[in-house]
Ligand binder design. Structure first.
Ligand SMILES: [Zn+2]
Length: 254
């Protein structure tokens, strides 16, 4: 079978779509069991442990290097402290992170989206990159990380009553922003990644709301309450979700 990344005919590994690293590991004592109900039809909890024959072992090694970086950073984001990153609370709802390894972090996030798009499992059916799938394959293969304004990534943190829940893993339906952007989002390790799929158009917003090539990232804080009720989820997902996030993040309209 052909490896989906290098396109060579090799033995394929039974690859995780989402690495186990993102839903297992040591939590610190502050972390509690996740209170979100599993009953919403529109809000699918991502099924853990789904594997498919996608990658050869060489490509698997490559991808796992990005994932390791991403996971290490997410653990530190979750704990709000790090030996490698500078993590500062800018205001009640906003965290600033400096020192992220842009290339590995971004390739890690985009490779998860790419694998969900490749997956034939119905749990990932709302993730479909269409013509971008091949573009993703190429830049992932060449490790040619897209610029900060291409496939731009926003990150939000979810909490409930001051508690952070790293085991939160959720999928969302795709949707469109500003006509040219397909917005795909997923929550892993308690953080929501919003990816604006387009490599030509720049988003009409302050670039600081996205992961920067400098390694800087602003993370806005959200409440899990917004995900727990179906009505509020729907309103946030489909009304002004992105605009609201931008406003909260940077006050960019002023
Ligand atoms: Zn390969």
């Amino acid at each position: 079978m052909k490896c989906q990344l290098c396109n060579l005919r090799k033995d394929l590994r039974n690859s995780h779509i989402i690495s186990e690293a993102f839903y297992s590991g040591l939590y610190d004592n502050k972390h509690r069991a996740l209170p979100v109900q599993k009953d919403s039809k529109k809000l699918d909890l991502i099924q853990k442990g789904i594997r498919e024959k996608l990658l050869c072992s060489d490509c698997e090694v490559k991808v796992s290097r990005w994932e390791d970086t991403l996971k290490r950073d997410l653990v530190d984001f979750g704990n709000l402290e790090s030996n490698f990153l500078a993590i500062t609370k800018v205001s009640k709802g906003l965290i600033k992170v400096e020192g992220i390894r842009y290339n590995e972090f971004k390739l890690g996030v985009l490779s998860i989206l790419w694998r969900m798009s490749l997956s034939s499992n119905e749990y990932f059916k709302s993730y479909n990159l269409g013509p971008y799938e091949e573009k993703f394959r190429k830049f992932l293969l060449e490790e040619a990380t897209p610029r900060e304004d291409q496939y731009a990534i926003c990150v939000s943190r979810y909490e409930l009553n001051g508690n952070f829940y790293p085991e939160l893993l959720l999928g969302f339906p795709p949707w469109r922003f500003d006509r040219y952007f397909i917005v795909q989002k997923f929550i892993i390790w308690g953080h929501c990644f919003t990816i604006f799929v387009n490599d030509k158009k720049s988003l009409p917003v302050n670039i600081n709301v996205f992961l920067r090539e400098s390694g800087n990232l602003f993370i806005d804080m959200r409440s899990l309450v917004d995900l727990a009720s179906r009505d509020s989820v729907m309103s946030r997902l489909f009304d002004n979700d992105v605009e609201k996030m931008f406003e909260e993040k940077m006050d960019w309209k002023k």
